[in-house]
Write a protein that binds this ligand. Structure first.
Ligand code: AMP
Ligand code: GLY
Length: 428
């Protein structure tokens, strides 16, 4: 089968690797910046912006591609699925209207509220920034201040953590296009990703991402510095009841979207805050997480190409998506200065990295040498019978990289996990 992978990051490299495990699958790819890992797996590459739907449709037709797997959110917002499906290419990814679940935070909250879906924090939407400022001034507790649209995970500011009340008012004023103000949720975050075929929702192992740039969860928010998952596919600070509740919320949101007349086929990503009152929705994404895709796809023993076919047919069963019962730790290397002022063009060389998977992201290869670009550079995934084993492998590999990059050494360590468990215990 011929499948087009849209996107050129670490997430898409892991998607392409999982698809390529089927020797009958032919991979075609579209990326703005050449990803050397995806390039090695691709039969043909279109070098174009991932939002250039006309060019992408033309390329799909020219290559006779039957399926497309959409990695990032920007092409979903640009309507790539609508355009490809009109041209007869079946997509893993929702239509533009259904992707509003991710691309329009006001739409998402209003849908949750209207349909009575559990896990919705208290929120208000403002299109007038002066009114938003006045609301912040009079509100009692801390708030999360969010631009309505996409910001690559870097647009949210948390009052009481990153900014004070005056800072929050000033920040809201800069968000001209509209702002969502939410109660600040306190707890531990987790990611639940699922395959959705329009009829069935098949959950994948839970993952915890690390958004903050520096060790100990300090510094600015990033696209994600790394993530881990456990051998039992759960997290020790999420009870069985909380896990089932999160799955129920995901099922309800898919049903709600389908009631708006939009089928949902693709990946649904739920980001939850586990609070003293159970899991609350931070956001939904209409695609795999990056890095979280790398954790789960490194464990998938089933054929992703077959899963793609079954999603398109609407016949996906739980037995079609089997994951190894092992822990994973993913560590991203990022350019010095990332995310505020990343240094590009710095040389990078990769050392020995036994027992890990290497996923390339935003890295340039010229005359056989590698150098940094402005986004996350590359990632290693260690796998093991325990978190400790997986962490050791990922850490050893990440430390073997020489050059203008850094990583968070604490991701996937027992110390960090124990801190999460203790925090949750204290809240309960
Ligand atoms: P988002 O871009 O929506 O993923 O948000 C980025 C980060 O902001 C999340 O990973 C959370 O750490 C934090 N965040 C978002 N919404 C809230 C909230 N209502 N309460 C507390 N933290 C939040
Ligand atoms: N890792 C968070 C995201 O992909 O949005």
């Amino acid at each position: 089968m011929k499948i087009l992978v849209v996107g050129g990051g670490g997430r898409e490299h892991s998607i392409a690797c999982a698809l390529a495990r089927n020797p009958r699958t032919e991979i075609f790819s579209v990326m703005a910046k050449r990803n050397i890992g995806i390039a090695l797996l691709s039969k043909k590459i279109l070098s174009a912006k991932e939002t250039d739907t006309a060019k992408i449709v033309g390329f799909a037709k020219e290559t006779g591609t039957e399926y497309a797997f959409i990695g990032p959110e920007a092409p979903l917002e640009a309507g790539i699925v609508d355009a490809l499906e009109a041209a007869g290419v079946a997509c893993i990814g929702p239509t533009r209207a259904a992707a509003r679940l991710e691309t329009d935070k006001a739409f998402c909250r209003e849908l949750m509220e209207r349909q009575g879906i559990e896990g919705c924090p208290k929120y208000r939407v403002f299109y007038n920034t002066e009114e938003a400022g006045a609301f912040i001034r009079e509100s009692e507790g801390d708030l999360a201040i969010k631009p309505i649209g996409l910001t690559g995970g870097k647009g949210v500011r948390i009052m009481g953590e990153q900014i004070d009340r005056e800072g929050a008012i000033a920040y809201a004023r800069t968000l001209g296009a509209g702002v969502v103000l939410e109660e600040r949720l306190i707890g531990e975050e987790f990611t639940l990703q699922a395959f959705v075929d329009g009829n069935h929702l098949i959950p994948m192992p839970l993952v915890q991402d690390h958004k903050r740039a520096f060790e100990g969860d300090t510094g600015p928010n990033t696209g994600g510095m790394g993530s881990y998952s456990m051998p039992d596919h759960r997290l020790p600070f999420v009870t069985d009841g909380e896990y089932q509740k999160a799955i129920g919320i995901m099922r309800s949101i898919v049903a709600a979207i389908e009631r708006t007349g939009q089928p949902y086929k693709g990946i649904l990503y739920g980001q939850f805050m586990n609070t003293a009152k159970g899991p609350k929705v931070i956001e939904f994404n209409a695609r795999f997480g990056d890095p979280e895709a790398m954790n789960v796809l490194s464990l998938l023993t089933s054929d992703l190409s077959e899963i793609v076919q079954r999603i398109v047919e609407g016949t996906l069963r739980i037995t079609d998506a089997v994951f190894e019962q092992r822990a994973t730790v993913c560590k991203y290397l990022v350019p010095e200065g990332y995310p505020d002022s990343p240094r590009t063009g710095l040389p990078v060389s990769i050392g020995d990295h036994p027992d890990t998977l290497l996923y390339y992201a935003n890295i340039e290869e010229k005359n056989g040498s590698l150098s940094t670009l402005s986004s996350r550079t590359l990632a290693f995934v260690g796998k093991g019978e325990s978190l400790e084993v997986a962490e050791r492998a990922a850490e050893r590999a990440a430390s073997s990289v020489w050059g203008g990059v850094r990583h968070r050494r604490d991701i996937g360590t027992r110390t960090l996990l124990d801190k999460r468990i203790a925090h949750m215990k204290e809240l309960r």
